[in-house]
Design a protein around this ligand. Structure first.
Ligand code: SF4
Length: 318
């Protein structure tokens, strides 16, 4: 315990510019993440960098003394609503939102009610809340994301965000080839997102490298999927192994069509494969820079256009 407290005292907490998040200012309130997704290199690397063995809260008094940043993205290497992070996330939001900070959030956790109410009080500053859910198969989810709440709870969290008028995204990322990218499964997931009030879908295939790719290959459920990860892709900040570009383009093009048929926006993450940015305008690829579609996008139809107009009337970011 003494050692843990010493670690907390020396772990600085900074707002950093993160290249693989479209160069956005990001903040991680913990080093490491108890959700323990087996495809995630970032939480493990951030914990190793500061020498912790378990998710460790950073120096909260220091961050609360810092000036509020104009914009911030939660989080690059941890989950802002993992149990060890959620109360600290609330404290930081409570501090920064009244000072005008624009906030974007990506989480696989459950946003507590009091934080939902806080976000709703500053709705015009919330660029969006993106809830990660790649599959409705709970056996798959327990193996791949052992600490993350069940799919039904994540969908309920989308409903609660949407009920407060917050821009909410269903983030289907990462998708494992063959395991997660069957059209029927994806269509069912998109329909669930729409039913719960999601405004948009973000999707992206899994990537990995080095020790993290070896970890995926050791998991029997993922062994077949890993056989399709045959191509090195240029990513923001490095190189990663993933499915061939043609498979990515084919799936994302199809998802863009299906998603639009549901009246939702679609986007993928070009930081995870820089070649995707050059897709001839088939779908947007800057889900961090413009994560939640509060700025104009080229692909606007049907219900999406109506939502965009209603946001403009509400004075949201434009
Ligand atoms: S929730 Fe996010 S940060 Fe945490 S382990 Fe999973 S992918 Fe990594």
């Amino acid at each position: 315990m003494t050692q843990l407290l010493q670690q907390q005292a020396v772990l600085p907490l900074l707002v950093e510019v993160e290249p693989r998040m479209c160069g956005q200012p990001v903040v991680d309130l913990t080093a490491g993440c108890s959700f323990g997704c087996i495809y995630c290199p970032f939480a493990d690397r951030s914990a190793r960098r500061v020498g912790t063995l378990r998710p460790t809260v950073r120096d909260m008094p220091a961050i609360l003394r810092q000036p509020a940043p104009p914009t911030v993205f939660f989080s690059a290497s941890s989950d802002a609503f993992a149990p060890q992070a959620a109360p600290h996330t609330h404290a930081v939001l409570e501090r920064w939102l009244p000072q005008g900070t624009i906030v974007g959030i990506v989480t696989k956790g459950i946003v507590p009610d009091r934080t939902l109410d806080l976000l709703a009080d500053y709705r015009a500053q919330i660029e969006g809340v993106s809830v990660g859910l790649s599959s409705l198969d709970e056996r798959r989810n327990r193996i791949v994301e052992p600490g993350v709440p069940p799919a039904a709870e994540r969908l309920a969290s989308i409903s609660r965000l949407a009920a407060r008028g917050l821009p909410v995204v269903l983030r289907m990322d990462p998708l494992f080839p063959d395991l997660d990218d069957e059209p029927a499964a994806l269509t069912a997931l998109i329909a669930e997102g729409e039913r719960c009030g999601a405004w948009a879908i973000v999707a992206g295939y899994v990537f990995a490298w080095g020790r993290y790719l070896r970890r995926l290959r050791r998991e029997p459920l993922l062994a077949d999927a890993c056989r399709y990860m045959t191509e090195r892709a240029p990513m923001a900040g490095g190189i990663g192994w993933g499915v061939p570009l043609a498979r990515k383009l084919g799936l994302y093009r199809w998802l863009a069509e299906v998603t639009r048929a549901h009246g939702l926006y679609f986007q993928t993450c070009g930081c995870k494969d820089l070649r995707l940015h050059d897709n001839g305008g088939l779908f947007p690829t800057r889900c961090c820079e413009n994560p939640f579609f509060t700025r104009p996008l080229p692909l606007v139809t049907g219900r999406s256009a109506a939502m965009s107009q209603s946001r403009d009337r509400a004075g949201g970011a434009g």
